[in-house]
Each structure stands twice: as C-alpha cells, then as structure tokens.
Design a binder for this molecule. Structure first.
Ligand code: F6P
Length: 362
C-alpha cells in the first residue's frame, strides 16, 4: 500500500471527557487535508476491533459540528480489556484474551495505523498492542491529569472549570448558612483536580490522596476560622483521599468506602465539631459537557500532532504538551508510574503559602 492510499483508525477508550470529539475531528481533518487518508472510527474502545462490522468511516460530513460536543461519537468503555475480555458463559462470568481478534480486526478494516485516545488503562493496552506489532500513536486524555510526560492531559482543564465553579457556588451558600461544605472531586490516585480547583476557588482545606491527613487537623482548621469570625469552611476533597483509621485520641473514624470520601469525612467532622456539614459529590458532572477553549485547542494540536507522527511512521509514541510545544515520547514512558501530585509541587506550596490547610497528618 502506498502512503497516498493509507487508512488510519481512531479509537477512544476509558472514561470519557470533554474534548474527545474535538480530537477526533482534528484527526479526521488533518489526515484528509494533509495526506488524503481514509479514517475509520473504531467503536466502543477496542470492542470495535473485536467486532469490526461495528466500525465506520469518518468523513468531513460525519464529523461536522462535533467540535464543542461532550462525550465521544465513537463510544467508549473502561471495563473491556481485550487481553482479559469479560464475557458471560452460561450465566457465569469468564474472561477471554481477544487480543488476537483485535489484530485480525485491524487487518479486516484495512487500518495501517491506529490513533488511540486514552488515559492510563487504555494506553497500557495500546502499549501491549504496540509490542505485538500494532502501529500505534497515542493521545493523552483523562480528567485526572495523571499521565507522565505531558504537562497536561486532554479534558483536565474542562473538568477544572466545572469543579472551580462548584467551589465558587458552594462558597455563597456555605457562608449564608454558616456551614462546613465538603465538595468531593474525581481523582482516584492523583489529586490534581482537587488541588487546582481548590486553589482556583479559594477552598479553606484541600485533601488529596498524596497527602495523608488527620481529621483532628481538619477540625482544627474549621475551629481556627470560627475564632476569626469566619463561620463557614469549604473543603475540597479528592475521591481517592484516605481517611485514617483513628483520630489522635484513638477514636475510630468511619470506614471509608470507595466513592464515599466526602461523606465519610462529613460524618467524622460532625462527631467532633458542632457545625452543620453538607456534602456535594461532583462525580461524572466533571466529565460531561462542552470542552473549554483550552481543551479544544489542545485537542486540535494533539490530533494534528498524532497524524503527523503517523505520517512519519513514528509508532509506539504519544503526543504530549511540553511548555508551548507539542512533542512526542515513547508510549511506555507515559503510562507508568501514575503521575501524582508531588509534595513539593509549586501550586501546592503556593496553596500552603496563602493559608490553605492540607490537614497534614505528620
Ligand atoms: O479516570 C477517570 C475517572 O473519571 C476517575 O477520576 C474516576 O475515578 C473514574 O474515572 C470513574 O469511572 P466510572 O465512569 O467507571 O465511574
């Protein structure tokens, strides 16, 4: 096949985020306008390679108007790893390795190179496929912002806008009612959203998975504010923040269930401080809706950059933002380890400097 007849595939995997459609559109436009390539949209993450008949060609017409749309027109899943694909057999759960079917699917679809738009999980799968010979170029996306070798991932900025607006809105109602308002944000392993939205919205306390905290210190921050006449406190907590098992006096703290960070903390505070406490869990609101202008531009740059890498036959690599430039890095270096908030992170140190408490355990 000559370069002028090339076909590329584009796939979105893992949790969705604002900006995916903008990236798909950029891939289609750059591939067609710069190189005259065909583009196949692979449906529902790697499921589309297992069932190639579900995939379709993407054209200018079929991608018209999608730039500001949230979600992904290709569909996605974060629970169907092709190397351990969950199936139901006679009502029993089993897993199969469908990676061979995916490699066959690529052949059937006539795809020469695949652009994979994903976060940690999806790009780890893509990296395994790259080792099996699949020609892969990756685009980093996740609201969690926890991939290595890029300053920022697609979707983070949009989620940050949503979370910051929530902190702003909770401030006024917290103040009116003299309450403690806890807002739980996404971030299983890394607390980037809670840190940035907490600073942007002026939260009084920020609790991250990366910084062990003591409930007594959170309560102390609330009391300190009361003593200064500030009768309300806004707390931003990442969903992955861990409540310790006991407080300073040895009293057991509520057992933290997955997805219960905010509510567990609220219960612990209520038992120790005589204040009304309310909890808002932002959840998937952070992943929905239109992308921010920054994410739209990033999507265009990542999409065009990924097509350029495919044109140069630089496979097994991921585009990333470094300063004001789009660069590429080996895919394997992007996925491990998860990029956590460093305790010396400049934004974190700034937050401390302006008086935000992290409830530090030590
Ligand atoms: O990885 C992105 C993310 O939004 C995490 O922040 C969150 O823990 C997870 O996905 C939620 O996944 P699901 O959509 O399966 O609930």
């Amino acid at each position: 096949m000559t370069p002028s007849q090339r076909t590329i595939g584009v796939v979105t995997g893992g949790g969705d985020c604002p900006g995916l459609n903008a990236a798909i559109r950029a891939v289609v436009h750059a591939a067609k306008r710069q190189h005259g390539w065909r583009v196949i949209g692979v449906s529902d993450a790697f499921c589309g390679l297992v069932w190639p008949e579900k995939c379709r060609e993407l054209t200018f017409e079929s991608t018209r108007g999608i730039l500001p749309l949230g979600g992904t027109i290709l569909g996605t899943t974060n629970s169907k790893d092709p190397f351990a694909f969950p199936v139901s057999e006679d009502g029993r759960k089993a897993v199969h390795d469908y990676s061979g079917r995916c490699l066959e699917g690529i052949q059937k679809l006539g795809i020469d190179a695949l652009i994979v738009i994903g976060g940690n999980g999806t790009l780890a799968i893509a990296e395994r496929f790259a080792r099996l010979g699949m020609k892969i170029v990756a685009i980093p996306k996740t609201i969690d912002n926890d991939l290595q070798r890029t300053d920022v991932t697609l979707g983070f900025d949009s989620a940050l806008h949503i979370a910051t607006e929530a902190v702003d809105r909770l401030h006024s109602t917290a103040e009116s009612h003299h309450r403690v308002m806890i807002v739980e944000m996404m971030g299983r392993d890394a607390g980037w959203i809670a840190l940035y939205a907490g600073v942007a919205g002026g939260a009084d306390v920020i609790l991250l998975p990366e910084i062990p905290f003591a409930v007594d210190n959170v309560c102390e921050a609330i009391r300190r504010r009361e003593a200064l006449g500030r009768t309300f406190t806004v707390i931003a907590i990442a969903e992955g923040a861990k409540l310790p098992e006991r407080d300073a006096s040895g009293k057991p703290l509520p057992k933290m269930q997955p997805g219960q960070a905010g509510n567990s903390l609220a219960q612990a505070i209520r038992e120790r401080v005589d204040k009304e406490v309310r909890v808002t869990v932002l959840g998937h609101l952070q992943r929905g809706g239109t992308p921010s202008p920054f994410d739209r531009i990033l999507a265009a740059r990542f999409g065009a950059g990924a097509v350029e890498l495919a044109a140069q036959e630089c496979y097994g690599r991921m585009v990333g933002l470094r300063g004001d430039k789009i660069e590429s890095v080996p895919l394997a270096e992007a996925i491990e380890p998860v990029r956590l908030v460093d305790p010396r992170n400049e934004v974190l140190c700034t937050a401390r400097a302006v008086g935000i408490s992290f409830g530090d355990a030590a």
